[in-house]
Design a protein around this ligand. Sequence first.
Ligand code: NAG
Length: 320
Amino acid sequence: MHRVLALLATFLFTTEAFLGGGPAWNGLRVTFGNPLTSFNAVPRTVKDAVADDFKLISACGASKNIIGNRYMKDGDEAVILIFDKNGYIAGIEAGIPSLNSNPYPYQEIMKYFREESGGYKITAYFVNPGNWHSTCFFNLFKIPSLNSNPYPYQEIMKYFREESGGYKITAYFVNPATICSNGRTEAEFNQQGTGTGLYIQTGPNPASDYITIPLKESEVQGTKWTLGKCFYGMGVHYWYNLSEDMSCNDFAPIFLLYNKGKLNAFGWAFQGNYPSTRYEHPSQNTFGLFMKTVPKCLKTVGTISTLHIYLTRTPALNFC
Ligand SMILES: *[C@@H]1O[C@H](CO)[C@@H](O)[C@H](O)[C@H]1NC(C)=O
């Protein structure tokens, strides 16, 4: 696969790199993987989104907890695109289902179960349990509660917003306060490209509740973002406050990618196996390729679902 990547990179390098000019964030692509099927371009204007079968799911003003006109394709919440009032790209969002929205055992059959120490028991007696003079045998079968500690964990809930029985995580590429009020002009979009910054929503008010991601790698130093490893086709990884003995309840669902000292990609990292074909599912034994210190807890969290989001049209040129 590295050979194919290198070939693709050579091709892109010779056709693109010397054209010069234009904004640094000149595209929007998602999903790392096989160059023939991954690094998929997604639309940066509503016009292109509609032509590509994306459908409006909510418009400016529909909710005070989200800003912009949101579009989704084929009901796939892994990639929801956010456009400003003029139809230019303004952000991206991912949704994951809530595991505790209707956990088993369901209410309708709850009479058969008894709650005990965070799980449920179903019980059968082989003699009349009311007759204490006879010997009593009983059979207990415990099933774990699915909602005792569902993902996303409370410790990282600030990155998520509850919506229609699931959770959304949202990144804006321009100051969120401007998205529905002014929007960008065509000239601004052409000059600025995909955006001017990276804002991750961290609370109910998208105009003020967000963290801003440093655009230069030099500005990340001294913050809680922890240096990870370089990986071609991605960049230099930074993870939030990573350490060997951390609890994975604290594992932030975001990573940053810098190339030539500049932020030009980032990604989501969710615990759990979410089925969209947009997601990557890196196996345990690859974590060390992206992290200098792999937290011990990651060995037992099971499948994770990640999504690389590239703010350029040339992810294969991400040589760190
Ligand atoms: C960073 O991680 C340490 C160790 O897991 C934890 O004690 C601390 O609260 C974390 N700090 C922040 C700001 O998340």
